[in-house]
Structure formats: C-alpha cells, structure tokens
Design a protein. Structure first.
Length: 494
C-alpha cells in the first residue's frame, strides 16, 4: 500500500522515492510504502499554507480552541489504532504509548483551555489622551498575531508528544499559524494516521485549505527545502544538536532569515553531594538507574553525566549503584540506526583515555538493543575532553569523580548550556549557594533531589535551556508559554 503526502485537503504521491518503516523489535519491514514529497509538492504545501495564513490567523481564539478540541476527539476515537501503530514502529511499550498519548491529549487540551479564556486576543490597550501636554497621546492597542506558516520537525523518540500533533504543532496552531509537518521517517505511519485526522477535522471546520499539511521524507532534502521556502516563516525542531544546528544555519542563510526554535540534546548533569548520600544513598541509586535506562534512555532529559566528589559516602554509593544498574534490562531502541549510533557512541566514550566501563545491564534476545552502560572517569579527564561532554543518546551515563567540591564547581563552570541540572543534596539553604547559582545559569530547569526525566506539562515548565540545548533559551517548548514562539506583537495606533 502506498502512503501519500497530505497537502491541504488532497492526497498526493507524485514522487518516485519510497521508503518503509521497520519494527525495531523484530527487524521486519512494514509493508506500507511512503512516497517522499517532491519539490513541487513542497512548493504546493507552502503556497497553500501562505494562502491559509490570512484567514486562519484571524480566526477567533475560540474557533481555534474548537479546532483543537475536535482533534482531541478524533485522536481518542482512533486511539487503539494509533497506539498499536506507535508501538509497531517504535518498539516502545504499550504503557509508554499510553503515557505519551495522554500527554499529547493534555497538551492540546491546555492550549484549547488557554484559547478559551476571555479577552485573550487583546493583550494591552492604552487609552488616548488628546489633552496630554506637550503632545496628545494616541490610543494604542497591542495584539499578538501568528508569525506565519511553520514547519515542524519531530524527534524519533516521541512519536506522539514531540511529533505530528505534539507540543510544537499544538502551539503553532493555537497561535493561528498554518503547519507543515516534515514527518519523521522512523514513525511515518503513526505520523500519517495522526495527520489524516487533523486534516479531516480542519476540513469539517471549514478552515482554509493548507492550514495543515504532512510530507513524507526519508532524507534531509524535503526538510531543507521547506526551511528555505520563502513562504515559510518559522521552524519548530526537536531532535539532535547536529540536526538542529544544520536547520538553524539554513534558516539564517535565507534572503529573509526566519526563527528556528530548536530543542536539542543535552547532557543533563546530575550532582550528588555526600550530604545527600548520608541520607538516602540507595534510593538515589535506584532513581538514577531507572532514569538512565527507562525507554532505553531515549529521552532528551536522560541524565548523561553524574558528578560526585571523593568521600566515604561516594564509595558506598558506587557499590550499591553498580549492583542496581547491573540488574537493568536492555530493550530495543526506536530504530536500528539509533541502536547502531548508540552502541558506537557509548564505545567511543569508554575507549577514551582514563575512562572505564563501570557497570553494564543485562542483555536480552531482541534486535537493536540499547545495552545499559555506566562508564567512569575523573574530573580532570572530563574537563579536558570535549567528547565526554556530548550527549550519548541511549541508556549510557558517565560517572565523573571529582577530587573535591572546588574541582566539581570549576568543571561545571566550563560545561555547555543544558536542558536540566539536577542537584542531590542535604544542605541548609542550598538556593543561596554557588552550586545552585551555577545550575540556574547553565540550565532551563533545576531539579532538587530528583531526576530530570519526566517533563511536567505546565505553564510553570521551562523546557529549553542555554545553547546548545536550545536555539533560544528565552522560550520553552513545553507548556502553554510555548505559544509565544509563534506569535509577534502588532500595535494598532489610532
Ligand atoms: P534527528 O536525527 O536530529 O532528527 C530529527 C528530525 O530532523 C528528523 O526528521 C530528521 O530527518 C531531521 N534532520 C536531522 N538533521 C537534519 C539535517 N541536517 N537537515 C534536514 N533535516 C534534518 O533526531 P532524532 O534522532 O530523531 O531524535 C533524537 C534526538 O532528539 C536526541 O538528541 C534527543 O535528545 C533529542 N530530543 C530533544 C528533545 C527536546 O525537547 N530537547 C525532545 C526529544 C528528543 P531524517 O530523519 O529524515 O534524517
């Protein structure tokens, strides 16, 4: 069966390049053939999106709320087909599918609720004062307007929540921006099924054609053409640092540069002070082992480096941590390519001078395993080897044993921007200490006595940190505040 592109309200499969998705647990290809979008199809989707923009951006917030709620209804009606396809294409378990589906619904609901608030449209009215001296004052009304057609790139590891109608798409549609999704080739069928529902709802709601399009692609070309298309006005990207930077560079090289909101990978440092280990060493070891290995460590917030200082408590912790970690099972990763890159990257880290394999999880008999691995090094080696400071996407973490807290803080001064920074401690008034200030300066979210995985969807969430974890640390990719990425202010002066 051939799976077409969805361009406005029409299906289209003009291209000759096709690809298939694979079940990573069995290595079997699925029968569907996805037809990659051509240059003409990219152009048509962008032209339709531009045409839809004027009408869609001027729909009332209530109309857009109704649109989002109708998408929710369709997703729920089709939940079982969607979740089965999700697990078939990603290898992620039923329970994970349930959690991610619920999160996707919650994200859409949050935006629909936001749009349903009274007076959302008018942000600020400044009344005129014709009698003001020395100059009369005009009336100013400031609105927020969607910035235009947005291209969305989802990540492989969240086929629902950071993909077709995930957080970025929900935020862009809520802002009144037409969306073109560059479907992720690893879960292309899940993406197509979701996209079909969005298109159906848009048509039923008589929204302008082009408010949503969905393009298949297995290589970079389609995405790159979309980013370069003059009618596209912004990009939402979730994926690797390498991919995000490539997209950002393209967007900057356009005749008219456009913003790229790229949420990328992160090392997510975790500091474990001896004071915390005095109190609950075993509990911390269990929490961290699970956080590193759950869903094969395929989270942007997975702890990638654990920092400890030499102390008796640390020695005891390491013994327990090793035992608990070695009990963690290996699972298939979301795609053979991801599993291959993970295995190579973990080996590359372990092969560095002064780095050693510290613990390894159990090996099971399925394909494309991400074998949990912990490696260990000293503070100086970490500080002087940039390769150790890059994300290993999968169930690997590096233990960094520092001489003392001074060395620990010096090392952390030198690390790049992060999505999260966790601090296990039992100190009085930690929020007034240097380590806490450092954490705030380096990351978008600081977690005290907890693990970074499990991103709460909330208006109080900051998911996005200093570069390179995000392309613009002023914004969040999670929570209703993420709508701000796709809006700009317009003042009407009378
Ligand atoms: P990826 O390889 O960067 O791919 C993401 C999307 O970008 C895919 O559609 C990919 O297309 C496209 N792409 C990548 N490089 C490109 C280029 N040079 N030109 C044009 N398109 C390009 O990421 P992934 O493997 O799917 O996802 C895993 C990564 O995402 C991890 O690093 C993880 O930490 C990160 N992530 C971050 C967040 C966050 O919120 N910060 C959330 C989830 C995941 P093709 O697939 O066709 O190559």
């Amino acid at each position: 069966m051939k799976i077409p592109n969805l361009i406005g309200y029409h299906t289209s499969s003009e291209g000759t390049i096709t690809f298939q998705t694979v079940n990573p647990i069995t290595d079997q290809f699925h029968p569907e053939l996805f037809v990659e979008a051509t240059q003409a199809e990219v152009d048509r989707s962008a032209t339709l999106a531009k045409g839809a923009y004027r009408t869609f951006s001027r729909t009332s917030p209530m109309e857009r709320a109704q649109f989002l709620r109708a998408i929710i209804t369709e997703l729920e009606l089709n939940k079982s087909l969607l979740t089965v396809t999700y697990s078939r294409e990603s290898g992620l378990k039923e329970q994970r599918a349930e959690v991610e589906f619920t999160r996707t619904i919650f994200q859409l609901t949050s935006f629909a609720d936001l749009l349903s608030q009274e007076n959302l449209e008018i942000k600020h009215i400044d009344l005129a004062d014709p009698n003001r001296t020395p100059t009369p004052k005009p009336q100013l009304i400031k609105y927020k307007l969607g910035i235009g057609p947005i291209v969305i790139f989802g990540a492989s590891n969240f086929p629902f929540a950071y993909s077709t109608v995930g957080g970025d798409t929900a935020a862009a549609l809520a802002a009144g921006c037409p969306v073109i999704v560059k479907s992720h080739p690893f879960h292309a069928h899940t993406s197509f099924l979701v996209a079909k529902l969005v298109v159906k709802v848009a048509e039923e709601h008589k929204l302008p054609e082009g408010v949503f399009s969905h393009l298949n692609a297995t290589g970079y070309e389609v995405g790159q053409r979309l980013v370069q298309h003059p009618f596209v006005q912004g990009v939402g990207f979730t994926g690797s640092i390498k991919g995000g930077l490539a997209i950002q560079q393209l967007a900057q090289q356009r005749a008219v540069p456009i913003p790229v909101f790229a949420e990328m990978g992160s090392l997510n440092p975790v500091v474990i002070l001896p004071s915390a280990l005095k109190k609950e060493s075993d509990n911390i070891a269990t929490k961290l082992a699970l956080s590193i290995t759950q869903s094969s460590g395929q989270f942007c917030t997975k702890p990638g480096a654990l920092f400890l200082v030499q102390a008796v408590e640390t020695t005891h912790f390491l013994e327990t941590f090793k035992t608990i970690f070695e009990q963690q099972a290996s699972y298939s990763m979301v795609h053979p390519t991801i599993a291959r890159i993970y295995t190579q990257r973990a080996k590359q880290v372990i092969d560095q001078t002064n780095v050693h394999l510290f613990a390894q999880g159990t090996v099971t008999k399925t394909c494309n395993l991400g074998i949990p691995q912990l490696s260990i090094t000293d503070g100086h080696t970490f500080d002087t080897n940039k390769l150790l400071q890059e994300e290993v996407f999968g169930p690997h973490a590096l233990l960094v044993i520092c001489k003392d807290q001074l060395e620990l803080e010096q090392i952390l001064e030198n690390i790049d921007g992060q999505l999260t920074f966790s601090l296990f401690h039992n100190e009085e008034n930690i929020e007034a200490q240097n380590l806490f200030f450092l954490a705030q300066e380096k990351a978008g979210r600081v977690i005290l006595n907890g693990v970074p995985t499990g991103v709460e969807v909330s208006p109080a969430m900051q998911h996005g940190g200093p570069f390179p974890s995000s392309s613009d640390s002023r914004f969040t990719a999670v929570g209703t505040d993420s709508i701000q990425r796709f809006l700009r202010g317009v003042t009407v002066q009378k």
